[in-house]
Design a protein around this ligand. Structure first.
Ligand SMILES: [Zn+2]
Ligand SMILES: [Zn+2]
Length: 139
């Protein structure tokens, strides 16, 4: 299976061919790195991922480096240093519905409210029809 994706501004793009698998992680470091309650990562063999421009790297520990776009800040990758795989962030894919999750990490750090999101009042949003709206997202 073939996947493509990139950051919000379009500076960093990648293409990858499977095998791929999706995992979510609720650990505190993934929460900080994403700014959200969890991260979702699609795992590939490292040689399967081809970047148009390499992302900037931040070593969140001595074991892990996380890639991001220096222009727009989009989190893009997670790599265990010296390991055989690289993970790309699920929603940086052009089609984030392409693969379902099969496992999670650190579920004990998941916020309790996450299980109840589908019960919240919801309002659909579509800014594309708003006067003066300019979308700077590429891809
Ligand atoms: Zn970018
Ligand atoms: Zn994590």
């Amino acid at each position: 299976m073939s996947f493509a994706g990139g950051c919000q501004c379009g500076r960093v793009r990648y293409q990858a061919d499977g095998p791929a698998s999706l995992r979510v992680c609720y650990c505190r470091m993934c929460q900080k790195a994403s700014g959200g309650p969890f991260m979702a990562f699609v795992r590939f063999p490292q040689a399967a991922v081809h970047w148009t421009t390499l992302p900037e790297l931040f070593k969140s520990s001595n074991l892990v480096e996380r890639g991001f776009c220096r222009e727009c800040g989009t989190p893009l990758s997670y790599h265990e240093i010296g390991g055989p795989n690289i993970n790309v962030t699920l929603n940086s894919l052009d089609d984030p519905t392409a693969i379902p999750p099969t496992a999670s990490f650190a579920a004990s750090q998941k916020p309790d409210w996450l299980d109840h999101l589908d019960r919240l009042p919801n309002e659909e949003i579509d800014l594309t029809g708003e006067a003066g709206f300019v979308n700077n997202q590429r891809g």
